[in-house]
Write a protein that binds this ligand. Sequence first.
Ligand code: PRP
Length: 212
Amino acid sequence: MITIALSKGRIFEETTPLLAAAGIVPQDDPETSRKLILDTNHADVRLIIVRASDVPTYVQYGAADLGIAGKDVLHEHGGDGLYQPLDLQIAKCRMMVAVPQGFDYEGAVKQGARLRVATKYLQTAREHFAQKGVHVDLIKLYGSMELAPLVGLADAIVDLVSSGGTLKANNLVAVEEIMQISSRLVINQAALKLKHARIQPLLDTFASCLKV
Ligand code: PRP
């Protein structure tokens, strides 16, 4: 049995064509089904639906053989025990620092001000600001980061930006790019050895889809 960990939403949608290229078709749609284990048209391949940030954990412990996770999530997790052979070039976005319109971010940084920054990505944010020599107090949030500067919880946020629509709707502007994000295939290292005959063809198919 091969178990593939995926999250609902953009990653699932953009992974479906890659799975189809490998002849794998899920038998349920996670948007409409409440099932967390989805059978496929192959008796020996199943998908599990987990929170995006939990994908590396399922693969690290071998509860899933493969997974697909964003660079944002993998960077936070650290990638221990995971083989990351392919950038699938899906679910692309950018991790940015954003502030309320009119907030002089560059000025505050130049003056050495201590900034309060709200984010889900503590590790990545800590590294970024340390590299820049910016003093920050990080506040961990689990979602709706854009709200934090609007109600005085933080001066700035670190969050993912895709269309920019959420920032715009909340009068925020992106002031710095931390990294470009796309989703990668991750594989449990033991599974890659033990189930090589089943996993390698999948890897080859995904890789060939990227070249087209
Ligand atoms: C993400 C991200 C932003 C938004 C950016 O949130 O955290 O809030 O999408 O997209 P945009 O630039 O196209 O507006 P998501 O909806 O995935 O929910 P989350 O807060 O649970 O991560």
